[in-house]
Design a protein around this ligand. Structure first.
Ligand SMILES: [Zn+2]
Length: 137
């Protein structure tokens, strides 16, 4: 069960990555990726329901029966990705600039990397390249 869940989560991650790549490159989405995300969106409602506590009053929470944990996780991830791709921040979505990283980030100022680790790796690679091939100007 755990392995099946992990496989489905990884599969959705790859589909989302392909949609992010298409968006960043200005290319059409792969129909299979769109179908996978829409399939995940339909697996479980992502809206929080209204509950009423006798002492503290109304509150909202997503019900999460144990047998629906995977469906809800897939639906929530798909919903967040769909919101990102159609929201105000979609234009800031960019691929991490540090090979071989395959993550995406929201561009913020001059930031090109998804993490400090990727930034350090990219800077180290640049420094190494300068030592190997010194410029001749
Ligand atoms: Zn990265």
């Amino acid at each position: 069960m755990r392995e099946m869940s992990a496989t489905q989560l990884r599969s959705l991650r790859e589909r989302l990555r392909s949609l992010f790549a298409a968006h960043v490159a200005g290319l059409p989405a792969l129909p299979a990726a769109l179908a996978a995300v829409n399939g995940a969106l339909g697996r479980a409602p992502t809206a929080a329901l209204l509950y009423w506590d006798e002492k503290t009053g109304p509150y909202r929470a997503a019900p999460c029966p144990t047998n629906e944990v995977l469906d809800r996780a897939l639906a929530a991830l798909a919903a967040n990705a769909a919101d990102l791709l159609t929201g105000a921040d979609a234009g800031r979505l960019t691929a991490c600039d540090s090979a071989p990283c395959n993550r995406y980030l929201l561009r913020h100022g001059r930031r090109h990397w998804c993490s400090t680790r990727c930034g350090d790796r990219a800077r180290a690679a640049r420094a190494y390249a300068r030592r190997i091939r010194p410029t001749t100007d």
